[in-house]
Design a protein around this ligand. Sequence first.
Ligand code: SAH
Length: 220
Amino acid sequence: MTIDAEDPEELAQRKMRFLFALRSRGVTDTRVLTAMEKVDRGLFVRGIFAERAYEDMPLPIACGQTISQPSVVGLMTQALNVGPRDTVLEVGTGSGYQAAILAQLARRVYTVDRWRRLVREAQDIFHQLGLVNVTAITGDGSFGLPDQAPFDRIIVTAAAEDPPGPLMQQLKPGGIMVVPVGQSDAVQHLIKVTRGEKGFEYEELRQVRFVPLVEGLGTE
Ligand code: SAH
């Protein structure tokens, strides 16, 4: 559907449909919904797919990657239970959309991607939005960010075969990590890992489909 981006009535309706789709798929946390209402997904999708930015579907972005489906972003953010004093690490910046939402909820967000180009483009949008509490870094996020660790919350937006050990170690006691686990071309499960006093607890949340976590840096 093509929308007249100048018509306030249509824009309001589009926003309502977007939020309704999130709610009907289980995103009920009002802080998460408010954050998602503030961050315009249209800024993060370019080219021919831009007009589908408000539909609840993943879409292609540069470097052969994808921006996640809004309801999955919402459910992962909700499961992460971010507080206003938290420092959050995201592995898999992609378009920067998830990081921009986390930035509304957390004190500080670090986001890492293996593609320089994606990091640069995300940084431009963070700047444009005046988001001063997000830092995007190029690197292999499987190793986390030892210099900034430990983290209250860690979110991985690419599928790992197991929750990466270095990330588990960079989680504070009481911290939560949400990570899709499974082979890239098979069913993956979203896992919530909580670092408790007696060790790690694992909770399986739902089936998902993410691009794989890949070693080393990209070529762009
Ligand atoms: N959160 C993103 C979607 C991420 S798609 C958004 O909101 O748009 C998954 C991303 O993970 C891709 O950009 C991919 O390059 C990145 N990725 C895969 N393996 C990685 C690794 N080892 N370290 C850092 N980023 C990685």
